[in-house]
Each structure stands twice: as structure tokens, then as C-alpha cells.
Design a protein around this ligand. Structure first.
Ligand code: F0G
Length: 360
């Protein structure tokens, strides 16, 4: 049977004899060592493939814990606001554990794959005319009176569960990375990693905590700009957030690790998404690619990353957002008849893909 985060990291999680085990097989995601980009940039790069979680994003790490505690408290309804991934994850756990799941999403602003997931898992989907920040305010306002358990990252158990990402990285590398680049939206995940690394430090499993580098999109960068953004904009819909709920915790994470908040343009995000796919064989969603985009920007004005160990948290699978990918991942499709001759001519004469660059 697959091991569960619940059992494996029990010692570090808020689990009591009354806490029921909840699992969809989350966690233990690959930490893949880069070849091409590491060589190019003279450092050791590792990609944490969080898109390999059951609902294809890192949210499952926190959701198993939040749902477990909700069941412990005898709640039978969970609610979240979401840019898409939290709703997909909540709906998946809700389905398995027979909880009604209500998701509030900003109308027309979540990626198609994520919306389909929430539908497939059977959530009640409420689409509002407004952005994520407004959806989260609504969730805060109505959850008590309707006796709904909030499973956004303002639920402390979500952040506890997400610490397991840091544990896994250290358990695998047998040390702490020097840098960790990751996208920042509502600022929960970076806060969790900080907490997780701190726990491992206090257990003497690591000497230092990596420099945490939080990457935001240019026009959705409240942490970089140090102000609330009323109408955040970016192609990376997952991190289109103007008023992060965990901003204070995230600020502390950056300050105490000598890290930085960085912002990158949509073009830099899309370029990074394409580079990861074409150079490393990893297809992640745009928000996740922001982590690499942040590094590519950082390396232009710094050289302290050379020969260092750098982890990138690739938070979600690229297939979740087919619309953005289709528009931006340029690849020519060669149409031919089914005749062998036409097909082989097409193979020989094609010039668009990496394949041709390498082999012909
Ligand atoms: N990457 C992806 C793919 C996300 O879905 C999110 C957040 C983040 C990064 C940022 O993480 O909020 O902890 O700073 N998505 C949330 C959602 C907001 O509703 O799915 P964060």
C-alpha cells in the first residue's frame, strides 16, 4: 500500500489519537535533478514536481490535514475560495470522505482543467463576479453562520500539512538546499516551507534554512510592492491575488532566511514554462514556472547562486491550464496524408521542433 504523509510525518503534524487518517496518496513527489539548465547556469538545480500529487498540485499536502481535522471536529461541509487548485483539491478529498464541498471561484478566471476537476469530483461550484480576494472575504464572512469548515490556507492545518514539502526535500537531499525559488499567491506555501525547515533545523537535521525566494507576477505582486493590489492581473491565474492572507508570515520567512520577493512579467513566466518543458521535460502550469522565471531574473544581477544547490517548487501540472499553454507553447503541427511517403517527407523536411534541431 502507498505510504501516507499522515503516517510518515505523524510526529511533526497536529495528529492525536482522535485524528482520522485521510489520504489520497499525496506527497512523496519527485525531486528531479536538472541536467541541461544546471550545466548552463553552473549550479545544481532540482525540480520538485508537485503536479504529481493526486489532484495535480501541492494543495493536497495541506488538504489531507485540513480535511482530517474537519472530520475530527465532526464537520460535514467544507468550503474554500480558490483560483482553481484549492477547489480541485478540496473537492477530491470531499468526494472520498463524504463531505459536501462548496467552492467559490472568480467567474471566468480559473483554468479549465481545474474547473473540470471540481466538477468531476462533484463540488458545489459558486462562481462570483469578482476576484479571488473578494471570494475569500465571502468565505470568511459566511462560514461560521453556515457551519462550514474553511479549507483555504487561512486554516492553520493546511499550513501544517504543507510543511511536509520541506521535510521531503531535506530527507532526499540529506541537507538543506542553498536557495528555494517558489511562486507566491496567497503566501501560505512559502510560510509552510519556512515552518517546515525550521522544525527540521530544531531537530538538527539541517544546519541552515535555504534562502527563500518568493516569486510573484508583475501586476499581481503585493508582497514585492508592499501594498494591496485591488485588481491583480497576470496570465498565471493561480497567483492572481492582490491581498495575500499570509503576508505577515511570508514576510518573516523572507526576512529570516535572507531571501527575497521578486516579480516577473507574464512573458518571462511563459518563457520559463516553455524552457522547463523543452529543456527538462517538465510541463508545469504558468504559476509554477514563475519560480524558474524568478531565478532567471535573479541570475542576471547576482552570482552567489553559482555552484549552489537550488530547489524549484513546481506547484502544479501544466495540463491544468490547456488554454494558456495552447496559445503560448508554439509548436508547428505538420499535416500530411496517411501515405508513408508523405509522412517520411514530413519527418525529413520538418524544422520546427527540438527534435529536428538535435538529430538532423
Ligand atoms: N502555485 C499554484 C499552482 C497555486 O495554485 C497557488 C495558489 C500558488 C502557487 C501560490 O501558493 O497561495 O500558498 O502562495 N493557489 C491558490 C488556489 C490560491 O486557490 O488554488 P500560495
Amino acid at each position: 500500500m502507498t505510504k501516507s504523509l499522515f503516517n510518515h510525518y505523524k510526529k511533526f503534524l497536529p495528529i492525536t489519537p482522535e485524528t482520522p487518517e485521510v489520504t489520497l496518496g499525496e506527497g512523496f513527489t519527485p525531486l528531479v535533478k536538472s541536467i541541461n539548465l544546471s550545466t548552463k547556469y553552473k549550479c545544481d538545480m532540482y525540480f520538485k514536481l508537485e503536479g504529481c500529487n493526486p489532484s495535480s498540485s501541492f494543495k493536497d499536502r495541506g488538504m489531507f490535514m485540513a480535511v482530517s481535522k474537519a472530520i475530527e471536529k465532526n464537520k460535514n461541509k467544507i468550503i474554500c475560495a480558490s483560483t482553481g487548485n484549492t477547489s480541485a483539491s478540496a473537492a477530491a478529498y470531499g468526494a472520498k470522505y463524504n463531505l459536501d464541498t462548496i467552492v467559490i471561484i472568480p467567474s471566468g478566471k480559473i483554468a479549465l482543467g481545474k474547473l473540470l476537476q471540481a466538477m468531476a469530483y462533484g463540488a458545489k461550484i459558486i462562481s462570483i463576479k469578482g476576484n479571488f480576494d473578494q471570494a475569500l472575504n465571502a468565505v470568511r464572512d459566511i462560514s461560521d453562520s453556515l457551519n462550514l469548515e474553511i479549507v483555504n490556507s487561512i486554516n492553520p492545518f493546511r499550513l501544517e500539512g504543507q510543511m511536509t514539502g520541506a521535510f521531503e526535500i531535506v530527507d532526499e537531499l540529506k541537507s538543506s538546499p542553498d536557495f528555494q525559488f517558489m511562486p507566491v499567491g496567497n503566501a501560505g506555501n512559502i510560510s509552510s516551507y519556512f515552518k517546515g525547515y525550521n522544525i527540521y533545523k530544531s531537530e538538527n537535521k539541517i544546519l541552515d534554512i535555504p534562502r527563500l525566494m518568493g516569486v510573484q507576477a508583475e501586476y499581481s505582486a503585493p508582497m514585492v510592492d508592499n501594498k494591496i493590489i485591488k485588481s491583480p492581473k497576470t496570465i498565471a491565474s493561480a497567483i492572481r491575488i492582490g491581498n495575500p492572507a499570509s503576508s505577515e508570515l511570508a514576510k518573516e520567512a523572507i526576512l529570516k532566511t535572507n531571501g527575497q520577493f521578486l516579480k516577473v512579467s507574464d512573458k518571462e513566466i511563459l518563457d520559463a514554462q516553455s524552457i522547463l518543458a523543452k529543456e527538462e521535460g517538465i510541463f508545469c502550469e504558468p504559476a509554477s514556472a514563475a519560480s524558474l522565471a524568478g531565478f532567471l531574473k535573479y541570475k542576471d544581477t547576482n552570482n552567489d547562486y553559482i555552484n549552489k544547490k537550488i530547489v524549484f517548487i513546481l506547484t502544479g501540472n501544466g495540463l491544468k491550464d490547456p488554454e494558456v499553454a495552447q496559445k503560448n507553447l508554439k509548436s508547428e503541427i505538420i499535416n500530411t496524408s496517411s501515405k508513408i511517403e508523405d509522412i517520411s517527407n514530413a519527418i525529413i523536411s520538418g524544422k520546427s521542433s527540438n527534435f529536428f534541431k538535435r538529430f538532423f
